[in-house]
Design a protein around this ligand. Structure first.
Ligand code: AKG
Ligand code: FE2
Length: 427
């Protein structure tokens, strides 16, 4: 496999590891942050939220895998080059992880359990900044250099997963520490790509990319969004919209007489159509479910600086009515009665700094439309690349010159062999 341009010398010494500074651009970090804050579910450790690629594919967000594809490839090249691998590596796991207040991990190596023995190398990319976005959360190695790593957005540390790199992460004392973590294996049986391709084919091929429902997220089971902390907890979807000042409202009824469907479990309403409110206002737009609304909210905050600059330039949206949606005023009565420990949510997730963003419904309505074109474009790309991925059973950056050469298109053979072998469908 090709080496990266400025590859470090092959790893020598007893503790093979390296810190690569500025590996990811700040825009890439922000896009991954958007994906994670929209799609993350309760993680594999206490006080951790995670977004694995299979989770994205299984919840109708397969198109959100696309930002990961070039990064995975560059990281694998960097690891192969640094560790001077004379064999191809497979990616065993790719996931976004937020280490929230109270999270930590004691001394360990990453292959230290019988079911983790396949792990050969680790790459941890830092997506936000120690000191600015959180406190605590320093990575420390027991022996060798560098001995401790203070996370800086865009940096990546790579190390062998065995006991030459025993390490720990000290407790996050405030804020949310965001990483993109990958594990690499030499054993093809643990390659995550075939599993991902199965999910992607099952969830992504059914409709045209321009149909909205082809990119609307589908929530996983409710318990996957429950973040427990000591004796209490909150629903991650509710918490993420609440700490940004939004509320979920019923999609029916615009008066303040609060007539809500008689549900046994109000959390179930998060899987149904709803509206977004803020203060005394509710946006007319109906979202398919809470994840759909949450994704648009996160998109707005990702793009807010651009939107604000554009609004200042154009000054074209005066008044309180948005270009495409009406605001329903004084509609507090339809707010969904969802159990969410807001104080706890604020403590755990609330230090996300949006102070510089002055909220504007007009910008928000524009973000709804921009999110639709962003999702539609990614979905189109996914449908273009998927046949190539299926025919090689790996997820890779497809060379644009390949795409133009229609006669070489693996479209038919890719789908045919995949569906023949895995999905058991006939073309
Ligand atoms: O996030 C880090 O800095 C390291 C995480 C870690 O040690 C692990 O996930 O095994
Ligand atoms: Fe680790």
């Amino acid at each position: 496999m090709a080496s990266t341009a400025a590859s470090p010398p092959p790893a020598a010494g007893d503790h093979p590891r390296v810190l690569l500074r500025g590996f990811l651009s700040s825009e890439t970090c922000k896009e991954l942050e958007f994906v994670h804050r929209s799609c993350g579910a309760a993680g594999y450790r206490p006080s951790v939220v995670s977004t694995s690629l299979p989770h994205l594919a299984a919840t109708g967000c397969g198109h959100l895998l696309l930002p990961f594809v070039p990064i995975r490839e560059r990281l694998r090249d960097a690891v192969e080059s640094f560790f001077d691998c004379h064999f191809d590596l497979f990616i065993e796991f790719t996931g976004l992880i937020s280490w929230c207040k109270g999270s930590s991990i004691g001394w360990h190596s990453d292959d230290n359990k019988p079911y983790l023995r396949q792990r050969a190398f680790t790459a941890v990319c830092y997506l936000n900044n120690h000191g600015e976005d959180y406190t605590g959360g320093i990575l420390q190695f027991q022996d060798g250099d560098p001995s401790s790593i203070i996370p800086v957005a865009g940096d990546v540390v790579i190390y062998s997963a065995d006991n030459r790199n025993v390490h720990r992460v000290n407790e996050v004392t405030d804020g949310e520490r965001l990483t993109l973590t990958l594990w690499f294996t030499r054993d093809r049986a643990y390659d995550e790509d075939p599993k991902l391709l199965t999910f992607l084919s099952q969830t992504s091929l059914s409709c045209e990319p321009t149909e909205q429902n082809s990119y609307i997220p589908m929530p996983a089971s409710d318990n996957m969004y429950w973040f427990s902390y000591d004796q209490s907890g909150f629903d991650i979807r509710c918490a993420r919209v609440h700490i940004l000042g939004f509320s979920f409202h019923s999609s029916s009824g615009e008066s303040n007489t609060s007539v809500l469907p008689d549900e046994d479990d109000p959390i179930e309403l998060l899987g149904k159509q709803l509206r977004l409110g803020r203060g005394d206002d509710v946006l007319e737009k109906i979202f398919s479910n809470s994840l759909h609304a949450l994704q648009v909210v996160q998109f707005y905050y990702w793009k807010a600086p651009v939107l604000a600059a554009r609004a200042r330039r154009e000054q074209s949206f005066p008044g309180s009515e948005t270009g495409c949606y009406q605001i329903i005023h004084n509609s507090k009565g339809t707010e969904l009665p969802l159990p969410c420990n807001d104080t706890l949510a604020q403590t755990i997730l609330g230090s996300y700094n949006t102070a510089e963003v002055a909220f504007e419904w007009n910008d928000f309505a524009l973000a709804v439309a921009m999110w639709e074109s962003y999702s539609e474009e990614l979905k189109k790309q996914l449908l273009t690349f998927l046949p190539y991925w299926l025919s090689s059973e790996t997820i890779f950056v497809v060379d644009p010159s390949e795409l133009q050469n229609q006669s070489n298109s693996p479209m038919r053979s890719g789908f045919a062999s995949f569906f023949g072998d895995v999905a058991g469908r006939e073309l």
